[in-house]
Design a protein around this ligand. Structure first.
Ligand code: G4P
Length: 534
């Protein structure tokens, strides 16, 4: 495959994730995007109406019961902007992130696989805790963010209030590409700030279809909408005076964020979001290896595993490793090398997964996400490559804040229990800690959010038919230490030292006062903070 072909494929790709607080409309927006890309002909397929959540990722009863998305999937579609005259469509990869904060470690891994993020905000609620946390992850990773104010069809705040809140609370300056015509709850259309024209939307029955757009000049808009149009013009002028116009360099540097107002439910503003992604979000780029060498997108194939998932669906009891392609072309069946073990890995079963739908992937390019079936040896952060060798930096694991012991209730299931613990450890469902005193029969599980423990016990039962008991341990924080410091730490009250499966030695503390005391009394001991959770 020539590097021109790869360059061309890379140029038309955009890989992004939607980050939002639960209920801001992520599923509805995903569906609206699929509708605009003509992947589906009517809204209502992905997100069931009337509270019937149907397909996105309901791989476990827990998900359904709680109405949250635990697992992540990737959706690929091609999209041609009606505004461009090229006949080569863009290829959009939308990587789904779990909504609940207890799975922020998972979300972090997903965000290592994207080049941009769409921060979806409920117009009435503004910034919510989970949006803020996810935004911090984007900032940490240098991911440019497009801001979407959703549910504009419902009463909410004013655009300027929302803009102020974002600027003040997270230091990101919104640069609206459009100003809504009509207050929240009376969404008529958008003033295109770059052309000064008016895009008027028409409702469709139940918001099931793409909303037809009517284009009007400023004069026509003034005549039709009167004061409502004038108010939008004033807002736009004010923003221009404040310097809040789009600036590509500042956007890529994470200082500003193009902003769009939408109603995912009515499909208003969704095309504008897609167009903004195509126009402004960066295409896939190369990556630096652990040796500091840059692998460019046109170099031979390489990819990073960012997510491993098992038991997604009762009809597919298998384990999928999702990789994001970094360089070169992927062809199904090619034999690649697993950098961590040096072993060859045959890619015969490569799939794209969205909800329950799976399809075989024959070729893929940088930016694309491919699921490898039954990839037992692969773990998040692993690299796959074709010579020359490359290994990308590992994905850091978060500082756990919840610690529990896990025990099997029936002795004859011990073998399955161990296998299950090892598998969930490798997938990154929880971190597994061990020490000689406790032995292997009741490992200590460490998690960012307690719901991760529920995933473990539910999967133990559903996939391995093992009943387990989880019991909280009296520790609340962890520090990285070393072999020299371990014996002294183990002698301290309220402290216990463990080895994590990646080899890291962690000391757990009952509380921060205990930690502070030991830091003061034993300043010679190594106690390093771990990467804080989002
Ligand atoms: P999430 O994935 O971020 O959790 O949000 P989701 O799409 O499930 O949307 C949460 C609720 O908000 C849903 O209502 C959905 O219909 C509604 N919603 C999403 N986008 C918009 C919008 O642009 N405008 C309005 N008015 N509502 C929106 P629900 O009652 O919980 O579910 P359902 O009965 O609609 O299925």
């Amino acid at each position: 495959m020539s590097s021109e072909v790869i360059s061309r494929e890379v140029k038309r790709r955009r890989t992004f994730a939607i980050i939002s607080h639960p209920d801001a409309g992520k599923s509805t927006m995903t569906e609206a995007l699929a509708l605009h890309a003509r992947m589906i002909s009517e809204a209502g397929a992905v997100h069931g109406k009337g509270g019937r959540r149907s397909t996105v990722s309901d791989w476990m009863e827990m998900e359904k019961a709680r109405g949250i998305s635990v697992s992540s999937t990737a959706l690929q579609f091609s999209y041609s902007s009606p505004d461009t005259d090229t006949d080569v469509p863009n290829v959009i990869n939308l990587v789904d992130t779990p909504g609940h904060s207890d799975f922020s470690e998972d979300t972090y891994r997903v965000l290592t696989a994207v080049d941009a993020a769409v921060m979806l905000i409920d117009a009435a609620k503004g910034l919510e805790p989970q949006t803020l946390k996810l935004f911090q992850v984007c900032r940490h990773r240098g991911i440019p963010v497009i801001t979407v104010i959703n549910k504009w069809d419902r009463p909410g705040r004013t655009p300027l209030e929302l803009i102020d809140e974002i600027s003040e609370r997270i230091g990101l300056i919104p640069t609206p590409l459009y100003v809504p015509v009509g207050i929240a709850g009376d969404y008529r259309g958008l003033l295109d700030r770059r052309t000064g024209d008016y895009i008027h939307f028409e409702r469709t029955a139940g918001g099931a279809k793409i909303a037809p757009e009517e284009f009007l000049t400023a004069d026509q808009a003034a005549e039709r909408e009167g004061d409502v149009w004038s108010a939008a013009c004033e807002e736009s002028e004010l923003l221009a005076e404040l310097g809040q116009d789009h600036d590509q360099e500042m956007f890529l540097a994470g200082q500003t964020s193009p902003m769009i107002f939408t109603s995912a439910m009515l499909n208003f503003g969704v095309r504008q979001l897609l167009d903004a992604l195509v126009e402004f979000a960066p295409p896939p780029r190369g990556r630096e290896s652990i040796d500091g060498v840059e692998r460019s997108v046109t170099d031979p194939f390489s990819a990073v595993v960012f997510k491993v998932q098992a038991g997604m669906d009762s009809s597919h009891r298998d384990r999928l490793a999702y990789m994001r392609i970094v360089s070169g072309e992927f062809e199904r069946g090619m034999v690649v090398t697993h950098a961590q073990t040096g072993k060859p890995f045959a890619t015969k079963y490569a799939q794209a997964v969205f909800g329950r739908d799976r399809s075989t992937v024959d070729t893929a390019f940088p930016g694309d996400v491919v699921g490898l079936v039954n990839a037992m040896a692969l773990a998040p952060g692993d690299t796959l490559y074709i010579d020359p060798k490359v290994q990308y930096p590992p994905i850091p694991s978060f500082a756990p804040e919840h610690f529990s012991t896990l025990r099997v209730t029936t002795a004859d299931k011990y073998k399955q229990f161990r296998k299950a613990v090892d598998q969930m450890d490798a997938e990154g469902v929880v971190q597994v800690l061990r020490n000689d005193v406790r032995g292997d029969a009741s490992p200590v599980l460490a998690a960012v959010g307690p719901m991760q423990f529920e995933v473990v016990t539910a999967r133990m039962k559903a996939e391995f038919n093992v009943d387990t008991i989880i019991e909280p341990l009296g520790y609340s924080l962890a520090r990285r230490t070393d072999e020299q410091s371990a014996p002294e730490l183990n002698r301290q009250r309220g402290v216990e030292v463990f080895t994590r499966s990646d080899g890291a030695i962690l000391a757990l503390f009952s509380d921060k006062w205990r930690l502070q005391y030991i830091e003061k009394e034993h300043s010679d001991l190594l106690l390093e903070p771990l990467v804080a959770a989002a």
